[in-house]
Design a protein. Structure first.
Length: 172
């Protein structure tokens, strides 16, 4: 018997919330590694085919955002660079770099938690995922899933970073 992931209301969880919790688990791994706590998972047919977290500092690579790493891993798992029929869940709105990669990989949906009004490229600052004139692909966007939790982990990380840094030096 095949499980119907489109109709899960009777099971006590919402699909988007369940998968966003998985992305938050990845974000917590980033936090533990001293990385900005952003996590991502790629889901296809109700199954996680990739998960990743920010590794910019660890890999010394400015492109090692959670979304980029998750997309690369999903392409390997799926065996194609076209991720049609999949959904990307990410704890923070994708930046322009990640949004460009998302458009090229062609997932059907992008679901994120924390809106980024200063640099987000999925509706916060600009919207590259649904641009007009359109790019080669448009994604459905669902924003604000588990927003409080996604914003909370980011605020906690940056508060901790400020505390570790200590008070500002005189004259600055």
């Amino acid at each position: 018997m095949e499980f119907d992931f489109e109709n899960v209301e009777g099971l006590g969880f919402q699909t988007d919330q369940f998968f966003m919790e998985q992305a938050l688990r990845a974000a917590r791994r980033a936090y533990q590694a001293g990385e900005v706590p952003i996590g991502a998972v790629v889901v296809r047919r109700g199954e996680i085919i990739a998960r990743a977290w920010n590794q910019v500092e660890t890999l010394k690579d400015a492109t090692a955002h959670a979304e980029m790493l998750a997309l690369t891993s999903a392409q390997t798992a799926y065996g194609d660079w076209r991720l049609e029929g999949s959904t990307l869940y990410v704890t923070k709105e994708p930046c322009p770099m990640c949004a460009g990669a998302i458009v090229h990989c062609r997932p059907d949906r992008v679901v994120f938690g924390a809106l980024d009004p200063k640099g987000g490229a999925a509706g916060g600052w600009i919207n590259l995922l649904q641009s007009n004139p359109p790019l080669n692909h448009r994604c459905e966007i669902t924003m604000g899933v588990m927003e409080d939790e996604c914003v909370g982990i980011l605020k906690s990380f940056f508060r901790d970073a400020r505390e570790k840094k200590g008070p500002p030096k005189p004259g600055r």
